[in-house]
Design a protein. Structure first.
Length: 101
């Protein structure tokens, strides 16, 4: 702890600030990612969705608004189809979030 206190007298880190867009196409919506993503990691996709004001869930329910399905999508895609939830592929997701920029 003493070493950290000493370091902080020399270094002044900036606060980490994440800007959330409330005016995006996905703001306030619940998104589920399933299957493989080919253009980004799942972590990047989740961060992108959250930055645009969406909530990312791990499972599909009647409260889910969008399912992004990549290759290998299974039961989550089936559930989304049964519930009539909007399903996008990765390119469709990227097109949608580009409209938010």
């Amino acid at each position: 702890m003493k070493a950290l206190d000493g370091l902080l007298t020399e270094v002044h880190p900036k606060a980490y600030v994440v800007t959330v867009s409330a005016n995006s196409q996905v703001a306030g919506k619940t998104v589920v990612f399933t299957g493989s993503l080919e253009k980004m990691t799942r972590g990047e996709a989740k961060a992108m969705a959250e930055r645009l004001g969406a909530k990312v869930a791990g499972s599909v329910s009647s409260k889910t608004d969008i399912v992004v399905a990549g290759p290998g999508a299974g039961s989550k895609l089936k559930s989304a189809s049964e519930l009539g939830i909007q399903v996008l592929d990765e390119d469709g997701w990227l097109d949608l979030v580009r409209q938010s920029s």
